[in-house]
Design a protein around this ligand. Structure first.
Ligand code: BG6
Length: 417
């Protein structure tokens, strides 16, 4: 199968006008030879700085074809801030209509991320308690053990805020906090996500100083192996102030979530590779049991394990089987691997197929990207004004102590993800 597929792969280098002309000729010849109808999916997996020029070239060299459909997939980050995202959007819209633009955020292609909507909206039992009456707070963690790897050129400009928070993390937050869409289609789902993204309280001044922490890893150990600090990585400036860790306390200012904090964090070179969303519930309103009996009880939590070890668990208290009452936290566990016994498709497989089919439900619309930048821009510019606010953390630890203080101030703790 691969051999016959590979015969249809062609490579054309398109660095200049002559290259784009050659690409057009190649595409036209293929249409003619194979009797295809010029359906074209352009996929920009290039440095973001090249996006505008490529889109313009697609337009100028009439690469869209005339008889079929044309779509463009654009990798993140879409823009460097809100204004550059708007500008890029305008350029893209000179060649492609919005319904032909597929802004990719590969987290949306992950099975477990799609399952957030399935879990919330195909079941009757979760939605009634999914609100300020029953939820105490929500924690979202995107923890990585890897460092910056060979991507310093990109990462130095991006930092964890643009690399993870602006896209993956805010998408997870949107999916977990959005209102139920009326249908499972690209318009209804994305309309609801935009609404909730718009409800995120903007952070400035005092709020920013209290509720946003950024850090950078220094040398340390990952699984017992020594690793260099961020500033010692190849391609990183020795005095770099780029953040490799972010923790935020986020408020969703709407009816459902009023007063319920969302604590979110992401970092590189943390002790564990783990992405999870934990919904922590309020404690029982009245306690029958003695303080000693309750010593082993932890707050009820529903944990969506996005990766690895994909699954969902519900933590609650159970009676320890001894004389008298002793209570301990136990987990009721759903495990993807054990339940379905199939390997989930890779996020990119799902998304590329969706783009070929023209289904944009799992891609971000321009107004979502716009709201995401609207939320992160003031944080990034606030930080730029106080460069001394970058906290350091040793590789292999759970981030700077300032991040612990951010949540412990509220009498809560980060989960051991
Ligand atoms: C990418 C970021 O979008 O997501 C990387 O640019 C990050 O820095 C990666 O490592 C994480 O993706 P995943 O699928 O491994 O969680």
């Amino acid at each position: 199968m691969w051999r016959s597929f590979a015969e249809h792969l062609h490579f054309v280098a398109t660095a200049d006008d002559a290259g784009y002309e050659e690409l057009r000729r190649t595409l036209d010849q293929l249409d003619f030879a194979l009797g295809t109808h010029a359906n074209r999916l352009f996929y920009l997996a290039t440095p973001p700085a090249a996006y505008e020029a490529i889109v313009k070239a697609i337009g100028e060299h009439r690469l869209r074809g005339e008889t079929g459909w044309a779509r463009i997939v654009v990798e993140k980050p879409f823009g460097h801030d809100r204004s550059s995202a708007l500008e890029l959007n305008e350029v893209v819209h000179t060649v492609f209509r919005e319904d032909e633009v597929f802004r990719i955020d590969h987290y949306l292609g992950k099975e477990t991320v799609q399952n957030i909507l399935v879990m919330r909206f195909s079941n009757g039992i979760f939605e009634p308690i999914w609100n300020r009456q029953y939820v105490d707070h929500v924690q979202i963690t995107v923890a990585e053990t890897i460092g910056v790897e060979e991507r310093a050129g990109y990462y130095e400009q991006a930092g964890a805020m643009r690399d993870i928070v602006q896209n993956h993390l805010l998408q997870l937050l949107a999916l977990v906090s959005m209102e139920p869409p009326a249908a499972f289609d690209d318009k209804a789902v994305r309309d609801e996500k935009v609404k909730v993204l718009r409800a995120l309280r903007r952070m400035t001044g005092e709020d920013l100083a209290m509720n946003a922490v950024r850090g950078q890893y220094t040398r340390g150990f990952i699984e017992g192996v020594p690793v260099p600090g961020y500033r010692e990585e190849p391609g990183v400036a020795p005095d770099s102030r780029t953040e490799t860790y972010v923790a935020l306390k986020v408020w969703v200012d709407n009816w459902r979530w009023e007063g319920i904090p969302f604590y979110v964090r992401t970092g590189k070179r943390l002790p564990k590779h783990s992405t999870e969303i934990a919904i922590q519930f309020r404690v029982a309103p009245h306690q029958l049991f003695s303080r000693e009996a309750l010593a082993g009880l932890e707050p009820n939590a529903l944990v969506l394990r996005i990766q690895p070890d994909e699954g969902i668990s519900l933590r609650f208290g159970a009676k320890v089987p001894v004389q008298g009452i002793r209570i301990r936290a136990v987990n009721m566990d759903f495990d993807y691997g054990a339940s379905f016994m199939v390997d989930a498709p890779d996020a990119y497989e799902t998304l590329i197929l969706d783009a070929l089919r023209g289904d944009a439900t799992l891609f971000t619309r321009h107004d979502e990207v716009d709201q995401q930048w609207t939320f992160v821009d003031p944080i990034i510019s606030g930080w730029a004004q106080s460069p001394q606010g970058l906290a350091l953390y040793e590789a292999g630890t759970w981030g700077p102590t300032e991040a612990d203080a951010l949540i412990e101030r509220d009498g809560r703790k980060w989960r051991k993800a």
